[in-house]
Design a protein around this ligand. Structure first.
Ligand code: SAM
Length: 209
């Protein structure tokens, strides 16, 4: 089976009434969190969503990370993609909203506990104490997009010597905090990026030691 963008747009954990509580984020009251995820089916987002998804699929298939740190879980769209493409990969992920019911739903669907969730702010000491116990092959930074938070999240990944860091909403074509934050670190260098023209662009960065 080809696990491409269409496959994920029609995934059983994404489509259907029972998932609307998660996917219909603009009307969502859950935790008062109205952010979307990397699988976004709203008509005005679908073009960008497709480009981002294609890039994420390409990177996961190419690098095959065994353990990933995700900062900003939301409804676990990225986690679903990882579990479908790389069923043995573990993801350690955090969010300021308690998405543990959704993560339980995803882990139950895949019949494992590969996704480990913590309801914590990524800048907090307790988060850093948790993740420093593990070695990660890749990070997906996709939480608070303001400059100080992005800098803190990138620094966390550099401190942990995570060799590949994916950054969301990192376009070169307009001024944005993620890209500005990224460029303050000489220890990371962009090695690939998605073709998205606007803010949704994803950047893959390599840690230079
Ligand atoms: C764009 S969504 C994440 C989408 C998800 N990574 C994906 O690929 O589908 C951003 C999430 O980051 C969370 N967030 C914002 N600030 C945060 C922080 N300081 N620490 C942890 N999570 C945060 C928000 O609550 C929101 O759910």
């Amino acid at each position: 089976m080809i696990k491409d963008v269409e496959y994920f747009f029609n995934h059983p954990l994404i489509v259907g009434e029972e998932n609307k509580v998660w996917t219909d984020y603009r009307n969502r009251t859950y935790g008062e969190n109205r952010h979307g995820g990397c699988i976004d089916l709203y008509p005005d987002c679908i073009k960008e969503s497709k480009i981002g998804l294609e890039f994420i699929i390409k990177i996961l298939n190419e690098y095959k990370p065994k353990r990933i740190l995700e900062i900003g879980t939301n409804i676990g769209s990225f986690d679903i993609i990882v579990q479908e493409l790389l069923p043995a990969t573990e993801i350690y992920t955090c969010d300021v909203t308690d998405f543990s019911p959704r993560i339980k739903q995803i882990n139950d669907y895949f019949g494992n506990e590969n996704i480990k969730f913590a309801n914590v702010d990524s800048t907090e000491f307790s988060f850093k104490s948790w993740i420093r116990l593990y070695k990660f092959d890749m990070a997906w930074i996709d939480a608070n997009h303001s400059i100080e938070y992005v800098k803190s999240d990138i620094k966390t990944c550099i401190d942990l010597k995570i060799p590949y860091i994916l950054l969301d909403d990192c376009s070169e074509r307009d001024i944005n905090d993620v890209n500005i934050a990224r460029k303050t670190f000489t220890q990371i260098k962009e090695i690939d990026h998605s073709d998205s023209l606007n803010l949704g662009a994803i950047s893959l960065n390599k840690l230079i030691i």
